[in-house]
Design a protein around this ligand. Sequence first.
Ligand SMILES: Cc1ncc(COP(=O)(O)O)c(C=O)c1O
Length: 427
Amino acid sequence: MTSSVPVADLSSVMIQRIRNSRQQFPALLRQVNGRPAVFFDGPGGTQVSRRVIDAVTAYYSNSNANEGGLFVTSQETVVVVEQARSAMAALFNCDADEVVFGANATTITFAISRAIGRTLTAGDEIVVTTLDHDCNVAPWKALEELGVVVQQVDVNPEDCTLDMIDFASKVNDKTKLIAVGFASNAVGTINDVEAVVRLAREVGAMVYVDAVHYAPHALMDVKKLDCDFMVCSPYKFFAPHMGALYGKREHLERLKPYKVRPACINPPNCWEVGTQSFESIAGVLAAVEYLADLSEETEQSSLRSRLVSAMRGIQSYEQILTERMLNGLAKMPEVTLYGIKDVARASSRTPTFGLNVTGLAPETVARHLAENSIFSWNGNFYALSLIEKLNLDSGGGMLRLGCVHYNTIEEVDRVLAVLEASFLMRP
Ligand SMILES: Cc1ncc(COP(=O)(O)O)c(C=O)c1O
């Protein structure tokens, strides 16, 4: 399980630095109906810092070109991609040639599943979970057309954690890959991915981790986890819209991507089919640098150790927000909160809260919040199997309130107050 640092261990300088970081996000100054907007829509995509906006603008202003030319802007584009790849390697804790960029996590996952499909035969098995976003389910289910058997692990409905006994029972000698999420984008559960990797190793299976929801909240460490793949979406961690993958070198070399013939045959580039969004990649570099700047370490430290310190700070700060939300929601009998509710287990979840108000459709509550300048999401968030398991599919799913480190305690209190006011609309 991922470790979290007690907030008391965080220096006041660090807390202050994280609190001040919101000043770097121009979008957070937005007013709606004369009131400051509250961005509790982070699990659907985060805002970007001034540094990211400047990096994208600078790329367009100075270096905009395709890769592979002998002229200066093309060569600068190659450098930007190299630097961003190294930055992402520091964030994943891998080598730069194990980082693959792509349009988004879903597109990348389909590319990897198709390539892995080339190595499978009928009767081979893949394990997916009921807690995952469909990004880490559908690409594996697509391999059923090859005769591959897909097993689905259940969740414990009372706290939306993975049923690890069911998990162990679904992994066997035929299992070739386990697809698991690091954290649930619907209810915030952080999964024990270390235990999943251990299960996989017993049978020689690969592990594909969806860290899209996890990445803005805690530190990715593929070396420590020893997973085979980890995918994330930079637009969920303060960067532009795109996806990024860690793939163990041996797999990126061994597997064969579907690609056009003239394209490069060497990893990681052979996995990056077509032209990349270089302006977004420039923004990813700036976003990783933004995160590193939240660190307590000096600029002389390695990028990785600055990111370790920054993410430790973010995780601990967000725990303050989580505890405030859990305590506030616990006082509202009108609210059904899905997932981990116990404040003592706050470090086993992200500050993402899936809930319903008795007697009100999630859409009604989301609209009420929007009218009060609070941005939230309603629906299934593509966490299809979980919504079905909780019998929420016919009622419009759930309401999702999600914080990241640029949110504040004051915003949590305001959201709770406006949520409470929605109860007056109940029939
Ligand atoms: C946990 C999780 N996985 C995967 C995805 C899909 O990511 P992308 O939009 O980059 O394909 C999302 C998007 O919401 C997500 O939250």
